[in-house]
Design a protein around this ligand. Structure first.
Ligand SMILES: *Cc1c(COP(=O)(O)O)cnc(C)c1O
Length: 211
């Protein structure tokens, strides 16, 4: 683990920017270590893996779990039951299902909609034009709280190219009056802060490379 990286980034953060510690691939003991120095938001991308850690860590009630992985429709109920935040909602169909299930479960997850801002075939997300077109309909959905947008940049971009995509995300969020932008990972967090990120999703920079 790289607690010194964590502390260094934390000391440089503007007050409206938060760190989401991405613990996928790491053990509950490692989550505990960093939770112990004040980190309470943790991101996971696979339901089953996350759920096992949630059971082990259930006494640490300050922890807030964020789902950041690809959402399979048949896992939506379990995700709604066990996560306070969902960052990776990438289609209207899934958003509608989340709303419906949240109503049944009497939940109200905080939602960030994943947007697709480049042609990366590996990444899903809402098309920005479609999002604007459907925005009225989206805002009517019950039992969800829309707080922002989320984006994942393609690998291997220059700092300038990263900035450009992050700024697109920020301006789209602003135009929809959404406060949050979940953007910036271990390789591009600096540009993300400069562009107006509010959630940095940091994995390897904090936890180290996966074995
Ligand atoms: C793994 C992952 C991260 C963290 O990536 P690092 O480069 O290790 O910081 C952030 N966001 C998502 C969606 C991820 O799957």
């Amino acid at each position: 683990m790289y607690l010194s990286n964590y502390l260094k980034i934390k000391s440089k953060l503007p007050s409206n920017v938060k760190i989401l510690a991405v613990s996928k691939g790491f053990k509950s003991q490692e989550i505990k270590t960093i939770q112990n120095i004040g980190q309470n938001d943790f991101g996971e991308s696979k339901f089953q893996e996350a759920f096992e850690k949630q059971l082990i860590l259930k006494d640490l009630q300050q922890i807030k779990w964020h789902f950041i992985g690809r959402i399979q429709s048949n896992k939506i109920r379990k995700i709604v039951q066990n996560f306070k935040y969902i960052h990776s909602v990438d289609s209207l169909e899934k958003l509608q299902k989340i709303s419906h299930v949240s109503y049944e479960e009497k939940k109200n997850p905080l939602i960030m909609l994943q947007v697709k801002l480049s042609d990366d075939p590996n990444k899903g997300g809402f098309n920005p034009e479609l999002l604007k077109l459907k925005w009225g309909e989206i805002q009517e959905l019950k039992n969800i709280t829309l707080t922002g947008l989320m984006t994942i940049n393609p690998k291997g971009l220059s700092p300038k190219e990263n900035s450009k995509l992050f700024k697109k995300c920020r301006s789209l969020a602003d135009s929809l009056q959404l406060p949050d932008c979940s953007m910036g990972m271990s390789g591009d967090w600096q540009e993300a802060i400069d562009a107006g990120s509010t959630w940095l999703r940091l994995g390897s920079l904090i936890f180290g490379a996966k074995s």
